[in-house]
Write a protein that binds this ligand. Structure first.
Ligand code: UDP
Ligand code: MG
Length: 220
């Protein structure tokens, strides 16, 4: 702690215990992309294929909202409006899920959605993502997918979809730009069928999980 932003985070979130993954430094990959870009689908594939634990921030928030906790109604209303839930709520759930996962390879799906959440993760969790997988897809294609997916989600209606697109453009793209300036973004064309997209994803994760040992052999 120390910088202006860190102090602001400390004041706003006194309830968060900083660095409480107690010594563990798992590999973290953030998976970002607009609503309907296929984050959930690709994360499930990556988890199965590469042994990551998939932490879906939207699902964590929906579960918390259903649990009837004190924040439940607030979370439900924010999701219905396509708004970003206050960072301290999301990060607390994420921190708990990270602790409980027991895995040292974590895929964090749909987070951080804005600069505040990104800074809070850095200040509280203190782990730099290995890289950020950016599923790039046109709004036209994402809209078609969301309106056809029929998962009974309260936010998959045209009004909320428009709001979610706006939040993505205005708040999440700057996060992607931030990581891009650090050379951490791996962008793929996510407008194709899921299996084709996964072929591109596999290339990224394979090159990341290959390590050359001292004899020059590749360890997978
Ligand atoms: N959400 C949030 N913070 C997060 C992740 C999700 O506030 O870090 C909320 C937000 O209202 C978002 C909704 O949860 O619109 C659904 O998120 P999810 O990731 O499930 O949607 P997707 O982008 O995958 O369609
Ligand atoms: Mg999702």
């Amino acid at each position: 702690m120390g910088s202006v932003i860190d102090v602001a985070i400390e004041e706003k979130m006194p309830c968060l215990q900083e660095g409480s993954l107690t010594g563990r430094k798992p590999t973290v990959v953030f998976v970002l992309g607009g609503p309907g870009s296929g984050k959930g689908t690709q994360c499930a594939n990556i988890a199965q294929h590469f042994g990551f634990t998939h932490l879906n921030t939207g699902d964590l928030l929906r579960a918390e909202s259903r649990s009837g906790s004190e924040n439940g109604t607030m979370i439900q209303n924010m999701i219905k409006e396509g708004k970003i839930v206050p960072t301290e709520v999301t990060i607390k759930l994420l921190q708990k899920a990270m602790q409980e996962s027991g895995n040292d390879k974590l895929l964090i799906d749909g987070f951080p959605r804005d600069d505040g959440s990104r800074a809070a993760f850095e200040a509280v969790i203190k782990i730099e993502p290995e890289f950020v997988l950016f599923l790039d897809c046109s709004e036209e294609e994402m809209k078609t997918r969301l309106l056809n997916r029929n998962q009974g989600r309260e936010d998959d209606n045209i009004d909320t979809i428009r709001k979610r697109f706006k939040v993505f453009r205005e708040s999440t793209l700057p996060v992607i730009e931030y990581y891009n300036s650090k050379g951490k973004v791996r962008k793929i064309d996510a407008g194709k069928p899921a299996q084709e997209v996964f072929e591109a994803v596999k290339i990224i994760f394979t090159s990341k999980s290959e390590k050359v040992n001292r004899c020059g052999c590749i360890i997978l």
